[in-house]
Design a protein around this ligand. Structure first.
Ligand code: BGC
Length: 391
C-alpha cells in the first residue's frame, strides 16, 4: 500500500458561485444575464447548496473524507459597498461550525473568481484601491475563520483571474480561448493577496496562501517551441509560484497539460482521450504541478486544492484520481511536503461559461429536485482517505 502521512487532509472542493445559486449581486450573475453573452446558461439556483450545505458536508464525511474546501461569496457579505450583512457572515460561520461538527477540516477560500457588482463597476482588479478593498473584505471575514479554521486560501487561481480580466469576455473561460494575462492585474492580485495575508496573520495558528492553476505546459519540441514555452508559461504559471515564497502553503490546482509549439498553444491531438471540457485525460498533471510549485516557491508546503475531471463515466474519474494520487505520492517520496488532497469537485456544478454540462462531481445532483446521489468515486476516495493509502 502507498501510505500517506499522518494527519493528511483528504477532501473535496467547491466554490460559492458554482453551487450556491442566486448569487444575484456578483459580476458573474450580471455577465450571465447580459444579452449576447457567450455563457451557455445562467447559474440560477445552481445546486442550491446555499441551503443544502449541511447535506453536502454530511455526504463527504459519511464517505470517510476529513476535509472540505469551500469559498465565501464576497457579494453576500458586502452586497453594497459599505453595507455589511451580519446574516451573510453568520451563514458562513455556520458552515465552518457544520464542517467541524462532521469532523471535516474547513479550508476556506476568500475569493473564487466572483466579486460584488459594485467592486466590478468600480474598476474590478484595475482599481488601484482593489488591494485595500480586498483587505477590508478579509477583515469582515475574520469572524468566519477566527476559530477552528487552519487554512485559508486568499485568492483562487490569480493566474486565471489575470487572464479573465485581460479579456473580460466570459467565453474565454473555455479552454484555449483565454486572453493574455493583464500584468497590471497580476500585480494588483499579488498586492491584494499580501494585504489579505497580513490581516489573517492576526489569527493565531491560521495558515494562508493562494491557489495556482498549474497548467503543465509542454514543448512540442519543434524549432522555437522551447523558447515559446518559457515566454508563454512564465507569466501564466511560474510567476505566481515564485511569488508564493514565504507563504504558509501554496495551493496546486491541476487538471491537464497543454502543448506549446513555436506559435503558442496547440489543440489537443485527435488520438488522445479527452474529458467533457475537451481537455486531455492526463493524470500526471498533478505530480508535475506539485513538483513545480515546491521548486519555484522555494519549498513552500503544498496543498492540492483542486484536481479532477469532467466525465459522465465515473470509472474514468476513479482511474484519473488513482493515477494522479500515485504521482502525488511519488513527489512526496522525494521529500516534497504535501498537506492534503482536495478533489474537484464535491458536486456536479456550474462550470462557468460551459454551464452545467461538464460534470466534475463525486456527487450527482438532480437539477429539478436537488436530490444528491453519491457516485462510486466518492466511496472510492472515501476508502482511500479511511485507509490513508492507495492499494
Ligand atoms: C477553477 C474551478 C473550475 C475548475 C474546472 C478551476 O480552474 O478553480 O472553478 O470549475 O477549474 O474548470
Amino acid at each position: 500500500m502507498l501510505t500517506f502521512p499522518e494527519n493528511f487532509l483528504w477532501g473535496a472542493a467547491t466554490a460559492a458561485h458554482q453551487i450556491e445559486g442566486n448569487n444575484i449581486n456578483n459580476d458573474w450573475w450580471v455577465k450571465e444575464h447580459t444579452p449576447g453573452t457567450q455563457i451557455v446558461e445562467p447559474s440560477g439556483d445552481a445546486m442550491d447548496s446555499y441551503h443544502r450545505y449541511r447535506e453536502d458536508m454530511k455526504l463527504l464525511a459519511d464517505a470517510g473524507l476529513n476535509c472540505y474546501r469551500f469559498s465565501i461569496e464576497w457579494s453576500r457579505i458586502e452586497p453594497e459597498r459599505g453595507f455589511v450583512s451580519r446574516a451573510g457572515i453568520d451563514h458562513y460561520r455556520r458552515m465552518v461550525d457544520t464542517a467541524l461538527e462532521f469532523g471535516l477540516n474547513p479550508v476556506v477560500t476568500l475569493m473564487h473568481f466572483t466579486v460584488p457588482r459594485w467592486m466590478f463597476d468600480s474598476g474590478f482588479w484595475r482599481n488601484p484601491a482593489a488591494p485595500d478593498l480586498f483587505a477590508r473584505f478579509t477583515e469582515l471575514a475574520l469572524p468566519i475563520v477566527s476559530e477552528g479554521v487552519d487554512y485559508v486560501c486568499t485568492i483562487n487561481e490569480p493566474n486565471i483571474a489575470a487572464m479573465l480580466a485581460g479579456g473580460e469576455d466570459a467565453a474565454n473561460l473555455v479552454a484555449f480561448g483565454l486572453p493574455n494575462p493583464d500584468l497590471q492585474v497580476a500585480d494588483t492580485l499579488f498586492a491584494a493577496h499580501q494585504r489579505s495575508r497580513e490581516v489573517l496573520s492576526s489569527v493565531p495558528g491560521l495558515k494562508s496562501g493562494w491557489t495556482v492553476a498549474t497548467q503543465a505546459f509542454h514543448s512540442t519540441g519543434e524549432p522555437g517551441a522551447d523558447e515559446k514555452l518559457v515566454e508563454y508559461g512564465y507569466p501564466r504559471d511560474d510567476w505566481y509560484l515564485e511569488r508564493s515564497a514565504g507563504d504558509d502553503f501554496v495551493g496546486v490546482q491541476a487538471y491537464t497539460r497543454t502543448f506549446i509549439g513555436p506559435d503558442g498553444p496547440i489543440p489537443v491531438a485527435d488520438d488522445v482521450e479527452t474529458t467533457l471540457t475537451g481537455w486531455e485525460f492526463f493524470p500526471p498533471a498533478l505530480e508535475l504541478g506539485v513538483r513545480s510549485a515546491w521548486e519555484l516557491s522555494g519549498n513552500v508546503p503544498v496543498m492540492v486544492t483542486e484536481n479532477g475531471i469532467a466525465t459522465a463515466d465515473d470509472t474514468r474519474r476513479i482511474a484519473y484520481t488513482d493515477g494522479a494520487l500515485r504521482g502525488l505520492h511519488s513527489a512526496m517520496d522525494d521529500g516534497i511536503e504535501v498537506l492534503g488532497y482536495q478533489h474537484w469537485s464535491a458536486l456536479d456544478n456550474y462550470e462557468w461559461a460551459s454551464g452545467f454540462r461538464p460534470t466534475f462531481g463525486l456527487i450527482g445532483v438532480d437539477r429539478e429536485t436537488f436530490v444528491r446521489t453519491p457516485k462510486p468515486s466518492l466511496a472510492w476516495l472515501g476508502d482511500v482517505a479511511t485507509r490513508n493509502g492507495l492499494v
